[in-house]
Ligand binder design. Structure first.
Ligand code: FDA
Length: 304
């Protein structure tokens, strides 16, 4: 009961535009620095170097969502392009994750597609890959439409499918051959479109993971849930699916020991490294997912 209230509270706050705006001025607060790598490209690259040293690859995410002007979206696009250049010149092993609401999705679809083309075409120069994060269900279809357009010209782009949505099994079947990150889903969704019970989400999660793996498509399993990870290991062993066809993904700062033990066992592990001054919405969603995370928010209340 308390868990549900706190989840709803943090998810609501995560979308509050004025709090998001105010937080940009505060700097990394409330313990956010434990899950956000820093505010600049340089700090993010330093974090990636550390991960690489430990046998872990990365995906960098310049934090930001819900921009309301074309100027802001163009600025965010340039920042993504600069991040790709910086990763290449630092020779770190990492790709890029983007949120299309930061790139003008809610302003103009064609403008957002053009911005995505700039990013994906830069990535291809470096033989690098761009992952389109999946946002709330009102944007699922448009995200998949843009992905389809991009994939006509580029194969170095993929997206994310969320197990809590009823539509996801069909989406995964239609996306055979597309590298997908599969997740449980992080937004508050109504019962009309999404499973509400954790057991149903977990069941559908394994269904879509198996479906995508069995189709021979590259699959990223992005979950902190050790039960899911154990089931994936068992399934891939049974079905003789090579470790080169999938990877486990974690968010920066979460389950570091589990990450390392998977690396030791020979699995590919990628850590999602968020950075930038627009950290508030991301941090609030992490608090919504796991009330235990609130402990470090309180610890960090007075400190950066
Ligand atoms: P969940 O939160 O359901 O936890 C299950 C169990 O695992 C817990 O009960 C506990 O036992 C254990 N556990 C979980 N966290 C733990 C911890 N920190 N320490 C110890 N035990 C822990 N979402 C989305 O909508 N769009 C997206 O694009 C992405 N992208 C993305 C990338 C990456 C790399 C990750 C890891 C996640 C996302 N997500 C996402 C978020 C995702 O949808 C989901 O909300 C969170 O990962 C939480 O679900 P989990 O599967 O991690 O386990």
């Amino acid at each position: 009961m308390i868990e549900a209230i706190s989840k709803n509270f943090f998810l609501k706050v995560s979308q509050n535009k004025s709090m998001n705006k105010a937080a940009r001025k505060w700097g990394l607060r409330f313990g956010a620095s434990q899950v956000v790598a820093g505010e600049t490209i340089d700090t993010a690259i330093t974090a990636v170097k550390k991960l690489n040293k430990n046998g872990i690859v990365a995906t960098l995410d310049h934090l930001g969502e819900f921009v309301s002007s074309k100027a802001e979206a163009s600025e965010a696009t340039d920042y993504c392009v600069r991040t790709l250049h910086a990763m290449a010149s630092a020779k770190v092993d990492g790709n890029l994750s983007v949120k299309m609401t930061q790139l003008g999705l809610d302003i103009d679809k064609q403008f957002c597609l053009d911005n995505m083309r700039k990013i994906v075409s830069t990535a291809i120069q470096y033989n690098n890959f761009v992952r389109i994060d999946m946002e709330d269900s009102t944007r699922t279809q448009i995200t998949l439409d843009i992905l389809k357009e991009l994939r006509k010209d580029y194969d170095n782009v993929g997206t994310v499918i969320q197990a809590y949505l009823y539509r996801s099994e069909t989406d995964v079947r239609e996306l055979v051959g597309v590298p997908l990150r599969l997740v449980k889903g992080a937004y508050k969704e109504p019962a009309e479109v999404a499973y509400q019970e954790k057991t149903d989400v977990d069941k559908n999660y394994m269904t879509i993971i198996k479906e995508h793996l069995k189709s021979g498509s590259y699959t990223a399993i992005a979950s902190h849930d050790h039960n899911i990870i154990a089931k994936v290991k068992e399934f891939t062993n049974q079905e003789n699916i090579p470790t080169s066809q999938f990877e486990f993904q974690f968010l920066y700062g979460f389950r570091n020991e589990l990450q390392q033990s998977l690396v030791k066992e020979g699995y590919k592990v990628r850590v999602y490294v968020p950075f930038g001054d627009d950290w508030f919405g991301y941090f609030m969603r992490r608090l919504a997912e796991r009330p235990q995370n609130i402990a470090f928010a309180f610890k960090g209340f007075f400190f950066k």
